[in-house]
Ligand binder design. Structure first.
Ligand code: SF4
Ligand code: SF4
Length: 227
């Protein structure tokens, strides 16, 4: 059996604190009671209501509030999602399930689309990582926070329901469609980023850093002595 030896105590490492002595008045608790009453009177005379009268008064939520999800539509009204699975992969709560299918022949701009898209709103922790991961801005979180259901199944939203939320919220100024970055989202704008010089000395093999234009990888510079 393991035997624990007591560690020697270095008096420099220990700060000893003496218990304060309680005087006569402290022992009666009167000073503490008077102090408490003073605080209460202060609140009564300088009353500032802080309670929101929900549900009669709806709260003003911050712009970045993350509520119920929606699946956005593209300019032709089709589901924008291309079934890349990035949101489901990024989701830490594992609450997104997608089945991909080949895109219909009259959808030449994509290979796949989600034949089913299911999101468990009860399991979700509203972290917003799905929104961050989506390369085409198809999934977004809205300001809707007060949805209820009578069964767990009612809170498992399918593609139709998520598209309906898009239809309901897209014109609400609180939930603007945040795409506005082109059809492919932020990544597609890489070429339009301002041209910046490399911040650090360019290593010969580092083709990205040697590129003169952001987002365009040029050929590697010639090795010394070679053309
Ligand atoms: S908000 Fe977070 S937990 Fe909810 S579906 Fe998106 S990634 Fe998953
Ligand atoms: S990341 Fe976007 S495009 Fe990819 S499956 Fe999720 S919602 Fe669809």
């Amino acid at each position: 059996m393991l035997e624990l030896k007591p560690m020697p105590i270095n008096s420099k490492d220990v700060t000893w604190i003496e218990e304060p002595e309680i005087g006569f008045w402290e022992a009666t608790f009167l000073p503490a009671i008077v102090k408490g009453l003073k605080t209460t009177l202060g609140h009564i005379t300088q009353y500032q209501p802080v309670t929101q009268q929900y549900p009669e008064v709806r709260p003003e939520l911050p712009q970045h509030y993350r509520g119920l999800h929606r699946l956005n539509r593209d300019e032709k009204g089709r589901v924008k999602c291309v079934a890349c699975m990035l949101c489901a992969t990024a989701c830490p709560a594992n609450c997104i399930a997608i089945e991909a299918a080949p895109a219909p022949p009259d959808w030449p701009d994509r290979d796949k689309y989600p034949s089913t898209f299911v999101l468990d709103e009860l399991r979700c922790i509203y972290c917003g990582m799905c929104e961050e991961a989506c390369p085409v801005d198809a999934i977004e979180l809205t300001h809707i926070y007060d949805v209820t259901g009578e069964t767990r199944q009612e809170m498992v939203f399918d593609k139709l329901k998520l598209l309906e939320i898009y239809d309901e919220t897209k014109d609400n100024p609180k939930d603007p469609v945040r795409t506005g970055r082109g059809r492919l989202g932020p990544a597609s704008e890489f070429g339009a980023l301002p041209t910046l010089g490399p911040a650090t000395p360019v290593v010969r093999e580092d083709r990205a850093a040697a590129s003169a234009t952001s987002g365009v990888i040029g050929p590697p510079p010639p090795e010394p002595g070679k053309r």
